[in-house]
Ligand binder design. Structure first.
Ligand SMILES: Cc1cc2nc3c(=O)[nH]c(=O)nc-3n(C[C@H](O)[C@H](O)[C@H](O)COP(=O)(O)OP(=O)(O)OC[C@H]3O[C@@H](n4cnc5c(N)ncnc54)[C@H](O)[C@@H]3O)c2cc1C
Length: 471
């Protein structure tokens, strides 16, 4: 084993971000990707992809793309095929594609007695063999970038539904809904996208919701809504006050369209960037139903006492975090998600690093890239500036962790368990990365101090002065 070599699991946006950051920092790594190529869930042909034909970016292009590699598209919200091309171009442009082993699924990462990690993976089968080739490789550490939206969260319901039961992870195109009486359970971004698909194909569309939602239009004042007020974060209370009124003015009150009144404030849960759903409700193309009480054959009973008959129930019930190849204790799980410093570092600093375990409104891939830079800074500090790395670990152990909520009281839901406020998060990540970097100001001050000391002493106390500055 090269004692400073790391493994990266996954070549989606997060895996590519960390590969690029490690490359820039000169940290050696090997990438492993279960699918045939880069792009993660944006490759609809990746068996783990939860993409569907009608999917487009939800955040806008300029707030989402990697800053050093603008997207070759004029669309504000490009579709998934454009995005796949973007990631392929990104990986090829920086020479990252060849750093990954494709068709190679990591099956286990296990800590060894000396602190190194043994990675086991199954590669493609060769010749007539049906089983894949087995890979075993030791690494100094492993960066997990295997995605957060792949493992379906399937709630249990009372009774039995005898029609077709599908999770959004298995939804690919509207043909799956043609001519069917469809009930969509949940109104997250995917649920709403699919409802909009469904109204053009299904025999009828109902949507069952547990709580109210806030609907953000894609455009406000003629611009992509997430490009407004960039870089000038307002205090949570003021932003909630202003944006609630702006939304009311632009989209009206979702209660008039049949949704329950939200029992929480704007931004305390992930907002839905979709107003087509309100248009279709206004046109009578779909109906909002109450929370599900129980199934009975093809009938679904709702908590308000009403019921409906359906051919297909589509569970838009989200995803669970899953790192199946590593012992849960290594990731300091607490409830629905691992409890990690800045959602990246297990407090034991055991050599695992998690990329992409952030959900936030508008953090984009650049936000993920900043996470990657922090990992790269820490790994290069381990070899080049061990004192800085030790000081970083000490602060993580001894000092309170930064508040990543931005002052918002997020709902205590599974999907919100690793949610952050993008401004608070990016600020905290940059601060942490800055503390690991060789500080040019400190270096300049050091040089000034050396010059002063040398100026005072003509008889060579140079060694003492240098030691003093570098300690
Ligand atoms: C419909 C939809 C729309 C979205 N829109 C936006 C948006 O507008 N803006 C935004 O910022 N985000 C959006 N997202 C969120 C999306 O998750 C991120 O954009 C991004 O794809 C996350 O990248 P990732 O690399 O962390 O995970 P993924 O893209 O899921 O990539 C993980 C990779 O790891 C690989 N992998 C998994 N397990 C293993 C293993 N054991 N061994 C080897 N490889 C493995 C997978 O094959 C995959 O290639 C959207 C998601 C969906 C589903």
């Amino acid at each position: 084993m090269d004692e400073h070599r790391y493994a990266v699991i996954g070549a989606g946006p997060s895996g590519l971000a960390v590969a690029r950051a490690l490359q820039r920092a000169g940290v050696a790594f090997d990438g492993y990707e279960a699918s045939k190529g880069v792009g993660g869930l944006w490759d609809i042909d990746n068996p783990r992809s939860t993409m569907y034909e009608s999917a487009h970016l939800i955040s806008s292009r300029t707030t989402t793309e990697f800053a050093e590699f603008p997207m070759d598209s004029d669309a504000d919200y490009p579709g998934h095929r454009t995005l796949l091309r973007y990631f392929r171009d990104f990986a090829d442009h920086f020479g990252l594609t060849e750093r990954f082993r494709f068709d190679t699924r990591v099956t286990e990462v296990e800590r060894e007695g000396d602190g190194a990690w043994m990675l086991r993976a199954e590669g493609p089968s060769t010749g007539s063999a049906t089983a894949g080739t087995i890979v075993e490789q030791r690494y100094a550490g492993v960066i997990l970038a295997n995605g957060t939206l792949a493992e379906p969260n399937v709630p249990s319901f009372r009774g039995e539904f005898t029609g077709e039961l599908l999770h959004t992870s298995a939804y690919k195109s509207a043909q799956q809904l043609t001519g069917k009486r469809v009930l969509i359970i949940g109104a997250g971004n995917s649920g709403c996208d699919i409802a909009v698909d469904a109204v053009h194909h299904a025999a009828s569309v109902d949507m069952s919701v547990r709580r109210g939602y806030y609907f953000v239009p894609r455009y406000l004042f003629g611009r992509p809504s997430d490009t407004l007020n960039q870089g000038r974060p307002m205090p949570a209370r003021i932003k909630q006050f202003i944006d609630t009124r702006v939304l009311k003015a632009f989209t009206g009150d979702p209660v008039h369209f049949g949704f329950p009144k939200p029992d929480y404030k704007l931004y305390e849960s992930h907002p839905i960037v979709n107003t087509l759903i309100l248009n279709h409700l206004g046109q009578g193309d779909l109906r909002v139903r109450a929370d599900v009480d129980r199934f009975d054959g093809e009938t679904v009973h709702f908590r308000d006492g009403s019921s409906g008959d359906y051919d297909l129930v589509l569970l838009a019930t989200g995803y669970s975090l899953d790192y199946p190849f590593v012992d849960r204790s290594e990731l300091n799980w607490s409830g629905y998600s691992p409890s990690l410093f800045l959602n990246v570092f297990p407090p034991s600093f055991n050599g695992l690093y998690v990329m992409g375990m952030i959900e936030a409104s508008g953090i984009g891939w650049q936000g993920r890239y900043e996470q990657a830079e922090l990992i790269a800074q820490y790994l290069s500090a381990l070899t080049d500036r061990p004192d800085a790395a030790a000081d970083f670990r000490r602060r993580v152990a001894d000092e309170p962790w930064p508040d990543l909520t931005g002052g918002y009281h997020y709902l205590a839901l599974e999907r919100m368990s690793y949610y952050v406020n993008k401004d608070a998060y990016r600020h905290a990540v940059r601060e942490a990365a800055g503390s690991l970097r060789e500080d040019p100001d400190a270096a300049a001050e050091g040089r000034r101090r050396i010059a002063r000391v040398l100026g005072r002493s003509k008889h060579g106390r140079r060694g003492a002065a240098t030691r003093q500055v570098s300690s």
